[in-house]
Design a protein around this ligand. Structure first.
Ligand code: SIN
Ligand code: FE2
Length: 216
C-alpha cells in the first residue's frame, strides 16, 4: 500500500444513497438497473468461460455447495489446508481481469481510488447456502467488502463481529449492492437460502454474487 491513505472517501465522490443500514452494513437497493444487470451477466459469462466455476473443498473436507471462480490479481480458494488467495485458477490459468463495469460499481459505492484485487464470483443454485462467516483472509480490514447480487433473491443474515448472538436477515434482490466497511467490516454474515424463480435475469435460474475485496 502507498503511504498516502487512499481509504478516505474523496469529497467529490458519490453522495451516499444507501436506503438502509443494518448494523453498519450499507445496502444500496437497485443500484444496478435491469439492462446494467444483463450486460454484467454477459460479461461474467466470458469470465466464467476463461476461468470455469468449481466447488472448493472446505478445510473440513466437504465440497462447498456454492460454486465459485474469481477475476483479478487474486482469486479466493479453499481446500483441506485452509482458506487463502491464489494467483491462478485451479486449471493453472491466471484469473481474468476484473471487468471495468465491476470496478465502476466499487468506485461508485466506496469512493475509493484503490481498486479491489479480487472479484469472487459465487453461483448459488436452488439448494445452495453459505454458512455464517467473517471475511478475514485480507491484509487490511480498513478497506470495505462490496457485494453485488444478481438473479434470484437471497436471504442474507447479518450477525455480530463475534460468532453467535442475535442476527438480522434481509432479502437481497437482483441489482442490490451491499457494503461491509468500518465497524461492520468483520461482521459475521451468511446466506440462508435463495428464492428460486424470483428473478428472470438468469435464464436457468440461480443467483450470482460478486464479492469485491482489496487483498494485500
Ligand atoms: C459471501 O459472503 O461470501 C457471499 C455473500 C452473498 O452471497 O451475498
Ligand atoms: Fe463473506
Amino acid at each position: 500500500m502507498s503511504d498516502k491513505d487512499e481509504r478516505q472517501p474523496d469529497d467529490t465522490g458519490p453522495a451516499p444513497s444507501a436506503d438502509l443500514a443494518v448494523r453498519g452494513v450499507q445496502v444500496f437497493r437497485a443500484r444496478l438497473g435491469v439492462s446494467e444487470q444483463s450486460d454484467l451477466v454477459a460479461t461474467l459469462r466470458a469470465v466464467i468461460r476463461a476461468a470455469p466455476l468449481f466447488s472448493p473443498m472446505t478445510p473440513y473436507g466437504r465440497p462447498m455447495r456454492v460454486r465459485m471462480t474469481s477475476a483479478g490479481r487474486y482469486g479466493w480458494y479453499s481446500d483441506r489446508t485452509g482458506y487463502r488467495y491464489r494467483t491462478r485458477h485451479p486449471s493453472g490459468v491466471e484469473w481474468p481481469p476484473i471487468p471495468p463495469q465491476v470496478l465502476e460499481i466499487w468506485s461508485g459505492v466506496t469512493g475509493l481510488a484503490r481498486m479491489p484485487d479480487c472479484c469472487l464470483i459465487n453461483f448459488y443454485d436452488a439448494q445452495a447456502r453459505m454458512g455464517m462467516h467473517q471475511d478475514r483472509d485480507e491484509a487490511d480490514f480498513g478497506y470495505p467488502v462490496v457485494s453485488v447480487s444478481l438473479g434470484d433473491d437471497a436471504l442474507f443474515r447479518i450477525g455480530n463481529t463475534t460468532r453467535g448472538g442475535k442476527t438480522e436477515s434481509l432479502w437481497l434482490n437482483s441489482g442490490d449492492v451491499l457494503v461491509m466497511g468500518g465497524e461492520s467490516r468483520l461482521i459475521y454474515h451468511g446466506v440462508d437460502r435463495v428464492r428460486p424463480g424470483s428473478s428472470t435475469l438468469l435464464p436457468r435460474g440461480g443467483r450470482i454474487n460478486l464479492t469485491l475485496r482489496v487483498v494485500d
